[in-house]
Design a protein around this ligand. Sequence first.
Ligand code: TRP
Length: 332
Amino acid sequence: MDDKKLILSGIQPTGTFTLGNYIGAVRNWGTLQDEYNCIYCVADMHAITVRQEPAKLRQNTLNSYALLMACGVDLEKSILFIQSHVKTHAELSWVLGCNTQFGELSRMTQFKDKSQKHADDVNSGLFTYPVLMAADILAYNADLVPVGVDQKQHLELARNIAQRFNQRYGDFFKLPEPYIPKMGAKVMSLQDPTKKMSKSDENPNACILILDDKDTVIRKFKRAVTDSDAEVCFREGKDGINNLMTIYSVFTGKDMDTITAEFAGKGYGDFKLAVGETVADSLEPIRTEFERLIQDKAYLKKCYTEGAEKALRYSQRVVSKVYHKVGFVDKG
Ligand code: TRP
């Protein structure tokens, strides 16, 4: 490849993404492709660290793959693959695991949270999950990793593992840096704007899914919780309005002052409708493209097969060198 920096990211196959996933991560995956070499994976191996229904996982993985394409990941520019199709991830994960301390993994806050949430299934995959994530990144010697706050600690660990490997076996891995998108916005729940928007919220009106149809999107925004004054302006304490303004700003490119001026003298009802319509119209082409792709199973298969071949070719070079460095006998 050329001298562009390499970006790597992964997303778990939940089937459909929330507006939060879209604004915080997936939307940027498309825009990064011109400036960087990008490798993206659907992390189905990460998904099985908690119980999954097999048929559903398979479906969700395919849906996620098609949805990433619909959201702008361009296979002419980037590599997009399904994690379990590329064996180097599991192979490297083992070696890295032997260079990771039990104590380090015990300190991961996501492990602590998830082992509480899934107390009946605290499996060792859940514990070593960050090692697999380090393998995803280091198998390509990636320069940059776009991550949200919840994954920052895992990226930090990946750097520590890389550094330790380099000390033991000689300089080899690049230390991956976090990539913070220029327009990074955190999207909050529409029903309780002090909480992050989440697909698992028990109130379905709290969360916009990017495959929601137009009426649903508009209805959810109409019901969004705001406050008791009536001024569309970005100010501390106005969490609901701030959230809606952030979303509106992302989709229209308008800054907060412009938005305030646009809705001066108008009520929250008008504003919420405008946000709803803007979001629905922006998501419409994604939904249409997704429907087209998910029907075309043969094309989808061709895409993920080629993606996996490219990813394997790339990562195999790295992992073969790692195997040699740790003292495994070279294959003929
Ligand atoms: N663990 C990440 C998450 O749950 C997904 C992921 C898997 C990932 N492999 C990755 C993110 C590599 C960045 C880089 O969100």
